[in-house]
Design a protein around this ligand. Structure first.
Ligand SMILES: [Zn+2]
Length: 472
C-alpha cells in the first residue's frame, strides 16, 4: 500500500479555528495518522515538506449541474423560471461529447478550487453513460443524480402557453417502470465504481414529480439503497404552489415518508417554520447555493435560522450559468457574509469555522462519504494550500485566512482517495490540454446549435414573467 507523509504543515483540524503545525500520513486511500508538532514518522514512500502549506479536507460541491460547464456566458439575467427556458433550450442540443467535455471542464475547475467531491444533478439522462465515464476519468469523487420528472413548470404554476409552444416545454413522458429500469441499470453498472462513483436518485423537484413518480422515489430508494438529491422551494412561486397544493412541499414529503438523512435538497429558501423543523427532525441536508440564488434573484436562504434549528447544511455552486464559477471558496464567503445585515446579534453570525465545516463535513454528509475531516481513518480527500504567497501571507495563518483569502490561486495540489488528481498547476488524472483544445474547437458549435430552441424560449418568456408581479 503506497504511503505519503506530509511533514511540518499547518493542518485544518476538526473543531479548531487555528492551523496547528503537524504531520499527516496517508496510506492507500485513507488518512492513517495525524501527528501534532514534530511527532510522527519521518519516512514514507513519498515525503512532502509541508512548510508554507496548509492541508485541508477537500471541499464538497453539494449541488452542481455539470452540463452547464459548456454554457458559461449564456443567459443568466432572468429569474429561475425564465432562465430555465434558456438553459433547457441549450440542454436539448447537448450530445454525449458535450456532456463529457462539460464534466471534465468542471473537474478541472473543481480540483483547482480544492474540491474533491461533488453532486452532479443531471438532466441529461440519455447521456448518463458519457457523464459517468467522464466522472470516472476525472479522478474526483462524484455523486451522480440523474433527473426524473414528469410535470412541467408551466402546468404547475398556471402559465398558459400557446398551444404551438406548449409541447416544446412539456416534461418528458417516461413511464415509471422505464425510469426504474434506468436507475437499476445505472446502479448495476456504476454504483461504487472505483470506490469513487455513486448513483443517487435525482428527482428534479418534488412538485415536478407526479404521485406515481413520488411513489417510485420511495420504492427505488429502498430497493436500491440510494441516496436522493433534489431541488426544493427555490423560488416564491414554487413555495406558493406547494402550500396551495398540499399545505407545503416538505409537509407532503413527510407524509409520504420521503424525508430522511439520505436525502439532500438544494436551495430550500422559501420554507415555513414547521417545514424547517421537519427537515431538522429527519436529518435532511440542505445544500445552500448563495451565488446562484443571488444571480437569479431567488432569495436568501436563512442560514442562521437553519443552523439554530439543527438542520444539516452543505454548500453548492449550482449551475455555471447561474452561480458562475464552481468556486467553493467564494460560496463560503457568501455564506459567511450574507446573513450579517439581517442578523442582529453578532454572536449568531456564521464564522469561518462554521462555513468551512459546511463546505467540507456538511457536503461529505450529503454524499454519505467518510471524508470532510482530517482524522485518522477518514478518506484522504485533501487539498494543499499555499500560505506563503502575497495573496495568503498573514502574521498567524488561520481558518479565517483560508476562508477569506483562499481560492484557486492558493491551491497547490488536490488529492482524492490518496491519489493526487491535481498538482503544481497540472491536472494529473486526465489529459487536460487535449480536452481543452477539443472543447475550444467545438464550443461555438455547442452553443450555436441551440439557436432554434432559443427562439422558442424567447417567445415563451413573456408568459413566465407574469409569475412575478411588478413589486413583491
Ligand atoms: Zn440546481
Amino acid at each position: 500500500m503506497p504511503s505519503l507523509l506530509i511533514r511540518n504543515a499547518r493542518l485544518v483540524l476538526p473543531g479548531r479555528a487555528d492551523l496547528p503545525s503537524g504531520s499527516l500520513l496517508v496510506e492507500g486511500e485513507r488518512i492513517s495518522g495525524v501527528f501534532p508538532g514534530s511527532d510522527g514518522p519521518t519516512t514514507a514512500d513519498e515525503v512532502i515538506d509541508g512548510a508554507g502549506f496548509a492541508v485541508m479536507p477537500g471541499l464538497v460541491n453539494a449541488h452542481h449541474h455539470s452540463y452547464s460547464n459548456v454554457l458559461r456566458g449564456t443567459r443568466n439575467d432572468r429569474r429561475l423560471e425564465s432562465w430555465a427556458l434558456y438553459t433547457v433550450a441549450h440542454g436539448y442540443v447537448l450530445d454525449g461529447e458535450a456532456i463529457r467535455l462539460a464534466a471534465l471542464l468542471g473537474a478541472a475547475e473543481a480540483m483547482r478550487h480544492g474540491v474533491t467531491a461533488l453532486i452532479d444533478h443531471a438532466p441529461h439522462v440519455t447521456h448518463a453513460q458519457a457523464a459517468l465515464e467522464a466522472h470516472r476519468e476525472s479522478g474526483l469523487r462524484v455523486g451522480y443524480a440523474p433527473f426524473m420528472h414528469d410535470r412541467s413548470d408551466h402546468d404547475l404554476l398556471g402559465v398558459s402557453l400557446p398551444d404551438d409552444l406548449r409541447p416544446a416545454f412539456d416534461a418528458p413522458n417516461r413511464p415509471p417502470e422505464t425510469i426504474a429500469e434506468f436507475y437499476r441499470r445505472m446502479v448495476r453498472e456504476w454504483q461504487g465504481h472505483d470506490g469513487r462513483l455513486q448513483v443517487l436518485l435525482g428527482p428534479n423537484a418534488p412538485q415536478r414529480c407526479s404521485p406515481a413518480l413520488l411513489d417510485l422515489w420511495g420504492r427505488l430508494a429502498d430497493e436500491l439503497s440510494l441516496r436522493v438529491h433534489t431541488h426544493l422551494c427555490e423560488t416564491l412561486p414554487q413555495a406558493r404552489y406547494g402550500i396551495s397544493e398540499s399545505g407545503g412541499t416538505v409537509t407532503e414529503l413527510a407524509r409520504r415518508g420521503l424525508l430522511n438523512d439520505r436525502l439532500s435538497v438544494a436551495h430550500g429558501i422559501w420554507l415555513e417554520e414547521a417545514e424547517r423543523d421537519l427537515l431538522a427532525k429527519h436529518g435532511v441536508t440542505v445544500s445552500h447555493n448563495p451565488a446562484s440564488n443571488l444571480m437569479l434573484g431567488s432569495g436568501t436562504m436563512p442560514l442562521v435560522d437553519y443552523l439554530k434549528r439543527g438542520i444539516s447544511v452543505a454548500l453548492g455552486s449550482d449551475s455555471t450559468n447561474t452561480g458562475g464559477a464552481a468556486n467553493l471558496f467564494e460560496v463560503m464567503r457568501l455564506a459567511l457574509m450574507l446573513p450579517r445585515p439581517t442578523t442582529a446579534n453578532e454572536l449568531d453570525w456564521p464564522t469561518p469555522q462554521s462555513v468551512f465545516s459546511l463546505a467540507s463535513e456538511g457536503g461529505a454528509r450529503a454524499l454519505g462519504i467518510e471524508a470532510g475531516r482530517i482524522e485518522k481513518g477518514r478518506l484522504a480527500d485533501l487539498a494543499l494550500v499555499r500560505l506563503d504567497t502575497p495573496l495568503m501571507a498573514a502574521a498567524e495563518p488561520s481558518l479565517n485566512t483560508l476562508v477569506m483569502h483562499g481560492g484557486a490561486h492558493a491551491v497547490q495540489a488536490t488529492m482524492v482517495g490518496g491519489r493526487f488528481v491535481y498538482r503544481d498547476g497540472k491536472v494529473l488524472s486526465f489529459d487536460e490540454t487535449a480536452m481543452l483544445s477539443h472543447y475550444q474547437e467545438v464550443a461555438g458549435k455547442i452553443v450555436g446549435a441551440a439557436s432554434d430552441r432559443l427562439r422558442l424560449a424567447e417567445r415563451a418568456e413573456p408568459y413566465f414573467t407574469k409569475l412575478y408581479p411588478p413589486a413583491f
